[in-house]
Design a protein around this ligand. Structure first.
Ligand code: ZN
Length: 418
């Protein structure tokens, strides 16, 4: 009996991939614009046509899918996730990093990946396992092989931090404490960057600043020269470097070193944003992480005054919008629950962007920033069939993205509500 199992698997995949679907909705957001009267023809794992229904010849065998009062969009792209973390109000970060085994964390990550996909996020850039080694490389493989459902992943493995800066902190020096990322300094950064590449990362992530100031304030970590070493080494393998940075100086060094995206950016100034725009470096503001941590510390949104961190975040986000820097959609999800990814998009609207601009960030803009726009992020003939349908109209009310009815990734349906 066992011998026949693989054959069954191959057959069932074959059947799935040869399927043809014709999808329609009240409105279709194609990654940039909203259309009515459009349809999407999916053949196998690709979009065969996208446009006005009258222009598409629908094969007789096509399975027709439509929901009342619905919006069809490209699969959403999560710009900053940590699939190996879960909300800190359930288990604090130190405990997750230090006490939970990689095996346990991987089991959790498979469920967290599934929740992400079911929420309509068909691609995610996962920026560090925080102590779970290269388990993200393995998770990505298992998803690609169809073993577990999850978003298409770009992974960063362990990520790189400077000696002395990163946590967990505050333990007796007699003990060797495992950190949430890999330390390296000076010329050793070349070896560590290459080692991470060899172990399968798609992206090299570096922490350009961290809370290691004299009063625990955030201060730059690596020198400009060190950051340049990382970028140069990663670049020769064709990989981008992305930087965690929230001080103006940390951001500036990362920009000058040639990173592609800056994560968080709380302390961004008009000058820093101007330079980012000039050098085509995108900002991933992770508003939802700041909000979630504020709430874990007791802030009751709506009834208590806003904590300083939120006020600062709102002000710098406003400056970022005014500067015209490219804004990515990525919430640092993992700090808050996987599957709640839409929270970041809701906050981007709350903090001043239009719903349409936010939807564009979460699809086409993220796809471009991650060098995926030839494959996904919009609805065009030849692109991968990553498609979601939600109830309502998220182009006006972004929270309607929570009303997911249908999720297709690579032409395979993962969620189909009645
Ligand atoms: Zn993060």
């Amino acid at each position: 009996m066992k011998r026949f199992f693989p054959i069954f698997l191959i057959l069932s995949f074959h059947v799935t991939f040869s399927q043809t679907y014709f999808l329609t909705a009240d409105r279709i957001f194609d990654g940039e614009n909203v259309h009515t009267g459009w349809g999407i023809l999916v053949e196998g794992n690709k979009i065969a046509s996208a446009g006005p229904v009258s222009t598409i010849s629908v094969p007789a065998q096509a399975i027709k899918i439509n929901y009342p009062n619905s919006t069809l969009l490209p699969g959403l792209i999560e710009g900053h996730s940590h699939l190996f973390l879960y909300p800190y109000n359930i288990t604090d970060w130190d405990t997750q990093v230090l006490k939970e085994t990689d095996s346990y964390r991987t089991v959790r990550a498979t469920v967290q990946a599934k929740n992400t996909l079911m929420a309509g996020f068909t691609t995610a850039r996962d920026l560090g396992t925080e102590g779970a080694g290269y388990s993200d490389v393995a998770l990505k493989r298992a998803i690609n092989e169809g073993i577990v459902p999850g978003p298409r992943l770009l992974v960063a493995g362990r990520a790189i931090v400077s000696t002395g800066s990163y946590g967990p902190k505050g333990y007796d020096y007699d003990q060797q404490i495992m950190l949430g990322a890999e330390t390296a300094d000076g010329n050793d950064l070349i070896r560590v960057t290459r080692d991470q590449i060899g172990k399968g990362v798609d992206i090299v992530k570096v922490y350009a600043d961290y809370r290691w100031g004299n009063h625990n304030e955030t201060m730059p970590t690596f020198s400009l020269e060190e950051l340049k070493l990382i970028v140069e080494t990663a670049k020769s393998s064709g990989r981008p470097v992305v930087a965690h940075a929230s001080t103006a100086e940390g951001m500036l060094r990362a920009i000058l070193a040639g990173v592609e995206t800056i994560e968080h950016g709380d302390g961004g100034t008009p000058e820093v944003y101007r330079l980012m725009k000039e050098k085509n470096i995108s900002l991933c503001p992770t508003l939802a992480a700041t909000e979630s941590i504020g709430q874990y510390r007791g802030w009751k949104k709506g009834s208590n005054p806003e904590p300083e961190a939120i006020k600062k975040k709102k002000a710098s986000f406003k400056l970022a919008i005014e500067s015209g820097v490219t804004l990515l959609a990525g919430g640092d999800v993992g700090v808050f629950a996987h599957g709640e990814n839409v929270l970041e998009l809701e906050l981007m609207v709350e903090y001043g962007l239009s719903p349409l601009a936010v939807l564009t960030s979460a699809t086409l803009v993220n796809a471009k920033a991650f060098h995926l726009e030839e494959q996904l992020g919009s609805l065009k003939k030849g692109l991968k069939a990553d498609i979601i349908i939600v109830s309502g109209d998220p182009t006006k009310t972004v929270s309607d993205l929570r009303k997911v009815k249908f999720v297709m990734k690579d032409g395979v349906i993962y969620r189909q509500e009645k």
